[in-house]
Design a protein around this ligand. Sequence first.
Ligand code: ZN
Ligand code: ZN
Length: 301
Amino acid sequence: MASKVHLTFLGTGDQIPSRARNHTSILLEFNDENILIDCGEGTQRQFRKAGLNPCKVTRILITHWHGDHVLGIPGLLSTLASSGYNKTLFIYGPKGTKEKIKKVLEVFNFYKSYEINVEEIGSGVFYSGKNFFLEAEDMEHGIPALAYSFSETGNIRIDKEKLKKSGLPEGPLLQKLKEGKDVVHDGKKFKSKDLIYKENDKKISVVLDTKINKNILPLIKNSDVFICEGTYSDELKKEAEEHLHMTVKQAAEVAKKGKVKRLILTHVGGRHSKDMKGLLDEATSVFSETTIARDLDEVEI
Ligand SMILES: [Zn+2]
Ligand SMILES: [Zn+2]
């Protein structure tokens, strides 16, 4: 069975949290990895509300250093220290992240029982793990900002039906087929490419605060789930541009061009709280497979 990717929207609000929406944070679970994308204020309590343990976090990906995306970092790091976290915590972010984490640790001065490895990254693949890799792309938001994607690289499997028909018995030769090598059994040749298949790759991309720009499309292309900011309606396009944000219509247009399977809007503008349907209609008129995330929503693919 292929591994599942499990997403939890820990916070879906914009600059100012509301009763219904906490500051932005998304957790991506895959095998032993618990990857947190942004960590707005209150994120560690959102973990508890979702029945999740913040101490399982393995990596934190920071989109940019605006308060609504990072104010939860000191609290989370402090809790990890008090909870005996004993792994290395990997933190990735745009230029300036090393200095900022250093300052956070200076200001709060808690006993640190674990290592923190901070990497400042730019465009491209910045981490390759078992069966997945992480990629970043530069965004335009007035300060260094990144968007991220997670890609699972599917396993090579034997097609059991075809194997049965071929007459090749199960055994160590199957491993060779998986490695792409043709094999000979009882004088008969079996071609690897006839008997194997590759599991579908999965891709999740996250584009938060940014002005619409040319780097978005290549990053989100063919995503199973494209998560994008939903801060502004099209009516406020000018304001969105001034504040270096996208509108939901622009998000939907990119989703359509990028042939993604579904678009999930988050970082939802508080000003639209009374007309969520209007905001959603705007997006679905361009790209029908769109939803607006709520706090603690979960998605599994
Ligand atoms: Zn924001
Ligand atoms: Zn921002």
